[in-house]
Ligand binder design. Structure first.
Ligand code: PLP
Length: 398
């Protein structure tokens, strides 16, 4: 038996959607992307959604856009507070767009950045004015304490960019993640709750930010009108004396997406509530089945309103080794992954920060050493979940 972290089942609807694109020779960004933007903005509860090639470049677009936004006008070199425990894209997006990541420790219960420690850090740091943005991460689907983070951010005029790559539809006090900061960023990579291979989206209520991101993903083009709109005279920039496709007023990137990505994602968005509740049901099923391991494994603490990326566990009995458990799970056909690691102290690419942070992020290091997850996706059946629980019990119940 093979129990995957995530699965992707292509049925007749997906094949029809892709064939339609090929029949119409439409593959670069167009109507499907626009349709997804409207529907995803509606689902998250924001005024705008801007799609892009993946969930790394959406973070980069947002960070870079802060240089052009009239309320922030960053120049590069500013500090950005973020979580040390996350997929590396979060930090990479900060560094590659020219800023300095600053790490504050996480909560052990939900893996998210500690709002209390962020407040304490900002109130005591020398030069708080150099800290111009925050990038909290809703890891594994668990929402950060956005009210408290927003309070600190507004006190110090910081932009809040929510990395919601792993939390499609998670709720915090009735609001979706990605709708509470200045902007949210989503990834629809394989194994996420809505998946399209590579695909990403920005959500925001800020008109100016949405416009900058739209321009910037097309190499800073003055206008993001489609070719047919320009040709039909609908483009507001058509009388500038130069074709608007080749006129650029900000320096940008090519981070555009393709039509087949939203064509697949739209089909999942249609049934997103079922996907999220099936995943929650699977988490609860595993919680019951693994209850005898309490004390050896810390199981997910709450399920309500959470959009689970996977089933996260933390080894709490150090007579066992996480790596040995991982090997035995793999041998039994059960895919598993660590819950990432503590970026500045455990990630080779960031070894230049190791000395600065060693011993200062104990919770992130603890999860980095002892956290792991298995799948809880919507295609899993009880017999597969039983196999996961039975295997873990056979390893850990002596
Ligand atoms: C927390 C987090 N941020 C950013 C990303 C980057 O997204 P992508 O892989 O679509 O570039 C991911 C991807 O899984 C992620 O988990």
């Amino acid at each position: 038996m093979r129990v995957k972290i995530g699965d992707l089942v292509f049925g007749s609807e997906e094949k029809k959607a892709i064939n339609e694109l090929m029949d119409n020779s439409t593959i670069s960004e167009g109507a499907r992307c626009k349709e997804f933007e409207a529907k995803f903005a509606d689902f998250i509860g924001t005024k705008h959604c801007v799609v892009a090639a993946n969930g790394t470049v959406t973070l980069m677009l947002l960070m870079y856009a802060l240089r052009y936004h009239s309320a922030y006008k960053l120049k590069g070199g500013e500090k950005v507070i973020t979580s040390p425990l996350t997929y590396i894209a979060t930090s990479n997006a900060i560094v590659t767009t020219g800023y300095e990541p600053v790490y504050v420790d996480i909560n052990l219960d939900d893996f998210s950045i500690s709002a209390e420690q962020v407040k304490e850090y900002m109130e005591n740091v020398d030069g708080p004015e150099n800290h111009r943005a925050m990038m909290p991460v809703h890891l594994m689907g668990y929402p950060c304490d956005m009210d408290e983070l927003n309070k600190t951010a507004s006190k110090f005029n910081m932009a809040v960019i929510e990395d919601s790559a792993e939390a499609h539809g998670s709720l915090y006090k009735g609001k979706r993640t990605g709708a509470m900061g200045l902007a949210g960023s989503f990834s629809f990579y394989i194994a996420h709750n809505i998946q399209a291979g590579e695909f990403g989206a920005i959500t925001t209520n800020d008109d100016e930010l949405a416009n900058i991101c739209r321009k910037m993903k097309g190499n800073g083009r003055v206008c993001y009108c489609t070719v047919p709109d320009i040709e039909n005279g609908k483009c507001p920039h058509q009388n500038l004396g130069f074709h608007p496709r080749y006129l650029h007023d900000v320096i940008g990137f090519n981070f555009k997406s393709m039509e087949y990505q939203p064509a697949i994602a739209l089909l999942q968005l249609k049934v997103v509530d079922q996907i999220l509740s099936k995943r929650r049901e699977n988490v609860e099923y595993l919680n019951d089945a693994l209850a005898p391991l309490n004390g050896t494994l810390k199981l997910p603490v709450r399920t309500e309103g959470i959009s689970f990326l996977g089933y996260p566990m933390v080894l709490t009995d150090n007579s066992f080794s996480r790596n040995e458990i991982s090997k035995q799970l793999t041998k039994a056909g059960i895919e598993n992954r660590p819950i990432f690691n503590c970026i500045p102290t455990q990630q080779p690419a960031y070894s230049f920060l190791k000395k600065k942070y060693e011993g200062k992020l104990p919770n992130a290091e603890l999860i980095g050493n002892n956290g792991f997850y298995v799948g809880c996706h919507q295609y899993l059946k009880h017999e597969e979940l039983d196999h996961v629980a039975g295997t873990l019990k056979s390893i850990l119940l002596k």
